[in-house]
Design a protein around this ligand. Sequence first.
Ligand code: PLP
Length: 386
Amino acid sequence: MIIPLAHRADQAQEYYFSVKLAEVRKLVAAGHDVINIGIGNPDMMPSDATLDALETSARQPGAHGYQSYKGIPAFRAAIARFYAHTYDVALDPETEILPLIGSKEGITHLSLTFLNDGDRVLVPELGYPAYRAVSQMVGADVQEYPLLENENWQPDWNAMADLVTEKTKMIWLNYPHMPTGAPATRALFERAVRFAHDHRVLLCHDNPYSLILNKKPPISLLSIDGAREVAVELNSMSKSHNMAGWRIGWLAAARSYIDAVLTIKSNVDSGTFLAIQQAAVAALANSDDWHRQRNAVYEDRLDAAKAFLDALGCTYTNDQEGMFLWARLPDSIASAEVLVDELLYNRHVFIAPGFIFGPKGNRYIRVSLCMPKERIWAAVERLKTV
Ligand SMILES: Cc1ncc(COP(=O)(O)O)c(C=O)c1O
């Protein structure tokens, strides 16, 4: 290529899974039966009502045109009902909800909306890699704030305060936490909102796992007093409704934040396919029992996932939420990178190495529950020859 790249493209690295899953596909194309317990890609179906609504809607003659940038009113109303039912949080569907093409998209829009070149962003070390990558792409100064392993991966607020300068604009927070499975608590969220007020920074909470294997009723950061002035919340149907490939989520926030993000977003995409929005309305009405049954399936896979980790000699806690198990490697395993490749190329089992979530993850791996338990047990069997 004779055209030089933009600096941001020069500096950015392709997403780890984008690279690694290409390797997995190559192995599969060569005839190998790869068991992928690396990624959080739900293997279960959306509810029947969701699929019926998709089909009915897609067959309407008027369904295929551009949609409103703010989503259809029925979808925003369904999100408001879901927030009221799930989190006891009242949202105005007209002004406080912005549908997104997945919450990953929202990370970019929030960053484009609020960050100037050189503004400081605090991201969790460990955390979802997109917070750091997108912040870097928009020219922000990314600082990682530590999580305290012996306090179940809660933020180290004192260390965080030391990282704040007058250029600090934004903090990323995500509980239930990925990858460690640490739960959300009201005390943690209250502390976060206080911190955001004290330091006048925007608190961006990413909340896709609140309904997956949660031990206590799910919490929204927006339920905390004073949150609406300083905080916004991303949410997603990828995990909670088994709709990862549909690309549907939303931003919930006070009107001024929603309006500002819409200004940016309306210049980038042109809304979401009507049938997806109408199916999402049906999905958001899934009963509590539907959610319980989904969690019962994940629960039923835990024994196999733990047996896999036990066979490797890993240690892990039993109170993790979300669809993964996060586990520490034994000293006998020299490195996660070597282990992941050994398992992928010699046993045809794919797991995620902890370092992709930050340097503190060097001695960890993440195993996903998004595979039928028979397949996870098959992965355990393959370890017996290691
Ligand atoms: C913490 C976290 N945030 C956001 C996302 C992206 O979700 P979505 O599918 O809604 O873009 C993921 C997906 O794995 C995630 O783990």
